[in-house]
Design a protein around this ligand. Sequence first.
Ligand SMILES: Cc1cc2nc3c(=O)[nH]c(=O)nc-3n(C[C@H](O)[C@H](O)[C@H](O)COP(=O)(O)OP(=O)(O)OC[C@H]3O[C@@H](n4cnc5c(N)ncnc54)[C@H](O)[C@@H]3O)c2cc1C
Length: 489
Amino acid sequence: MATTKRVAIVGAGVSGLVSIKSCLEEGGLEPVCFERHDKLGGVWYYTKDLRPGQGGAIYDSVVSNTSKEMTAFSDFPFPKEYPQFVGRRLLFKYLQDYAAHFDLEKYIRFNTDVISVKPSGRDKYWTIQLQHGNGSITTEEFDYVMVCTGVFNAAYTPSYPGIDNFAGMKIHANEYREPDHFRGKTVLIVGGYMSGSEISCEVARNAAKVYLSMRHGALFFPRIGQDGLSYEFHMMTRSVMKSPSKMAKTMEKISKTRVVDHQVFGLQGKDLHTALKSIMISDDMQDRLTQGQIKPVVEIKEFLQNGVILVDGTILNNIDAVIFATGYKFSVPTIDDSILYDESDNAELYKNIFPIRLEHPERLALINIMCAIGTLWPVAELHARLASKVFAGKISLPEKTIMQGDVDQKIKNMKNKYFYVPGPTHMDEVAEILGVKPSFWRLLLSDPKLAFAYEYGPMVPYWYRLQGPGAWPGARDRILNVVENSTFA
Ligand SMILES: Cc1cc2nc3c(=O)[nH]c(=O)nc-3n(C[C@H](O)[C@H](O)[C@H](O)COP(=O)(O)OP(=O)(O)OC[C@H]3O[C@@H](n4cnc5c(N)ncnc54)[C@H](O)[C@@H]3O)c2cc1C
């Protein structure tokens, strides 16, 4: 009789939940998920203050910037009555409903911090050191590990000359919860990416003035276009995603849906490619700009006691508070760096999942620890499905040289093009290995309507449940009715 293999899952956010489910679906794997906090949900578990050890955090009014049909788990759609873009309370409820539906919570050990994951040198490959809620420390052995600690794990704040002398308030965006603290104040927000733009708009409604400092400029997208549908429905189709130039043009077109001229308002980057590094999703930005409540400015050169000098020499005085929406460092603190990084600090991960520097890359999987354009939830799901198939011995990883080729190509693309990997393209790649990527030509012969949707429709997660292992009978219907299911009830 085959023995059950133990799988340690570190973290019970979105990635941890799909990892537990995928292990259970494979059979022969016993998932044990460790979560340092007292609830599941990771980033989407909201608390008024940062929890000890917390990295990424949301604010009170946060609404997803990816639509529900693109964000859903592939076999568990959001309810029809949920809005197209979902607020934090319903997102958290959706995760709880998912865990309840697939009975996942009983595999989670809450209030348990994974301190380290180290090769044991024995048949049970990994030794995991745990710190429990009462402070006690224990170790356990596992056959496989799935690291689900999130890409927003360690907040990043740049250092500037003079910053220690600045007398005003300084916080990272992960500490921001609501705008009341900033009523009547002059606030400088650093970083024009997702959180930076949304927080700027919220704070600007009641602040005396908001400056938004950006290095490259940005393209800003409203959540929905003139057809009432998510920007993703135009951008994240196979027909667009397979051509970088078509993608860039589509993004520029979406950013012009609103009448604000990026140049006039100082939002325009040096060129389109640089601007693509910074996409603001904001429905409010146009009004805040035209009402003079937000003033975009260039990068900061140095801090003064009550203000800053910008790189173009402008001095901004009487700044009461600075919010650093400057993102997160790529960080996987439980795993030794030598397992993940080459000498130039590039993470060497086959398909962004398996660390090829490890003697047995098939023993460890990083789930969704990557920067992708688009929603991260279905990426997590595909990573987890592939990793558990590999752990269960149903799929083998290729030769080291092939994996090295994949890694080299990814590193080159990251450096030459965009910092971010296009999520949907990456999902198709993983789905192909899993045997769940539909073939356009086969669809054309058997189901032309679906073939058309495959090429020109949004790359919703349900595509990866249409056929092959783990197929879900509701997938076809959900794909063909994606527009109807997106619109408000
Ligand atoms: C403000 C904001 C808005 C966002 N909006 C969107 C959006 O609209 N759409 C979208 O797709 N994504 C969005 N994201 C990205 C978000 O990170 C993902 O949606 C998703 O939550 C990532 O899930 P995860 O499980 O990979 O990581 P996380 O949610 O970060 O979960 C990681 C879990 O691991 C636990 N953990 C970490 N280290 C340890 C350890 N050593 N031991 C035990 N437990 C540990 C943490 O406590 C946490 O519960 C947003 C993020 C932020 C911050």
